[in-house]
Design a binder for this molecule. Structure first.
Ligand code: F0G
Length: 448
């Protein structure tokens, strides 16, 4: 069958708001042209992130009612623990409220000042958590196009042979920063071999482990016909443990975890957990959240579901390309990325093409996307000169899990076509107010 369709039907619905163009333009002005600052009831289609925005299944909603809210040793924790251990093979399971809590706790046990964490790419909070310890986060992205998430093994070998104080290697699966591209099994094994040679532990940032597993099934002939769950298990088996935001492939609205082989390391993590997240069997979550996550982790490796994720991203990328947007390929599962600098060549990188495009799309159709360009990744000049631009000006159309249908995405593509048709008239942006760090969340801008 040439047409893919959503492998679910809809049981519960939520209305979405439609605003006039004048209302949207007013929202932009009031928010300082920063889409993070616009309230969700003024957004028609929200593609800001795939994190915590998924729709739970009937089985997940029903699991909520079975949540055991006992402070210690709740039945919900035991269910979560069992599902995670069966999936990952890691016996030590530590729940946390979201991914960045897992990063903070794990890294504070592994790294110290001047140590190095190496990754295919550290996600922005992951980097911030490494740097908060006084350690250095080194990104070594590879070049493969099919497995664009791979880590550059030759560069890692060089770094280790040069005697850098590497405290851990982190493979982010999939690599969010490089378009949600997967890491291959071969790359993970090669990284493991180097880690073993130098006595360095290897961890996964497993936020999108199921999508990575599916893309391996699709792209690596050796894995055609293997179930995504088995591939995921193989990936987990290569590493010493993982930290994960379960707001993505846990298909729940909140949650995260650390899962490990090493008992001693787990004990250290639990000591830190209790200071800020809570007791070791709930880690900042309600019992019912753990039940919803356990169920989500069973559903997420379903082949039809993952095929739908990959096919809808591919189809949506084709629609955006037909609309005249330069899309990055191959697509992954969780988002489609567009090169805003290529669409808006009349703007300099300091004129923030990705933000300019994000604002134009919101004005056109109330569509919220996230800009991953100079505002997010550029370096501010301490002497007040122009920013050092980010390597790329990307606009990310993230795809929340099981939330929007093909019609919603067709609507987005129509808005994109209207914006692309007037690309040369889209004005650049200027920052009028910005905080010292993570400025893309709160700064205020204005059109030039
Ligand atoms: N690691 C990766 C690869 C991520 O994409 C994220 C979050 C995190 C860690 C942090 O997890 O949000 O649960 O604390 N990514 C979201 C995004 C925010 O929009 O891509 P968290």
């Amino acid at each position: 069958m040439p047409t893919f369709m959503e492998p679910f039907r809809i049981k519960s619905v939520e209305p979405i708001p439609f605003l006039t163009r004048a209302e949207r333009e007013e929202s932009l002005r009031a928010s300082g042209y920063n889409l993070f600052r616009i309230d969700a009831d003024r957004i028609t289609v929200d593609l800001l992130t795939d994190s915590g925005t998924g729709a739970m299944s009937a089985a997940q909603w029903s699991a909520l009612l079975n949540g055991d809210e006992s402070y210690a040793g709740a039945r919900s924790f035991r269910r979560f623990e069992r599902v995670v251990t069966e999936l990952t093979g890691y016996p030590e399971v530590i729940p946390v409220h979201q991914g960045r809590a897992a990063e903070r706790i794990l890294f504070s046990c592994l790294l110290g000042p001047n140590w190095v964490s190496v990754s295919n790419t550290h996600f922005d909070t992951t980097r911030a958590n490494v740097e908060a310890i006084g350690a250095r986060a080194v990104d070594l992205p590879g070049l493969d196009s099919e497995f664009g998430g791979d880590l550059d093994v030759a560069a890692l070998r060089q770094l280790l042979e040069d005697g850098a104080a590497v405290g851990c290697v982190v493979l982010t699966i999939t690599n969010n920063a490089s378009g949600g591209q997967p890491v291959s099994i071969a790359n993970a094994r090669a990284v493991r071999e180097l880690c073993d040679l130098h006595g360095v532990p290897l961890f996964l940032d497993a936020a999108r482990f199921a999508e990575n597993a599916y893309l391996i099934v699709e792209r690596d002939p050796a894995y055609h016909g293997v179930s995504p769950r088995e591939v995921a298990r193989e990936l987990f088996a290569i590493a010493d443990g993982c930290c994960a935001s379960l707001k993505k492939d846990g298909i729940a609205n909140i949650g995260g975890m650390i899962a490990l082989h090493d008992k001693e390391l787990a004990a250290k993590c639990r000591d830190k957990l209790i200071i800020s997240e809570g007791y070791s069997t709930y880690g900042g979550l309600a019992g019912r959240d753990l039940d919803a996550l356990a169920q989500g982790l069973l559903e997420v490796t379903d082949l039809d579901y993952l095929r739908y994720r990959a096919e809808s991203a591919r189809w949506f990328a084709d629609e955006l390309a037909k609309a005249g947007l330069p899309v990055l390929r191959p697509t992954g599962c969780h988002a489609v990325y567009v090169d805003a600098a290529e669409l808006l060549p009349h703007l300099s990188l300091q004129e923030l093409p990705a933000n300019a495009l994000a604002c134009a799309l919101y004005a056109e159709g109330g569509v919220r996307t996230s800009d991953l360009g100079t505002l997010c990744f550029g370096r501010v000049d301490p002497n007040g000169g122009p920013d050092e631009p980010a390597p790329r000006e990307l606009l990310r159309f993230a795809l929340p899990r099981r939330v929007y249908t093909r019609n919603h995405l067709e609507y987005v593509a129509e808005a994109a076509a209207a914006v692309a048709a007037r690309a040369e008239s889209i004005p650049g942006m200027r920052i009028v107010e910005q905080p010292a760090m993570l400025r893309h969340f709160t700064s205020r801008l204005e059109p030039l």
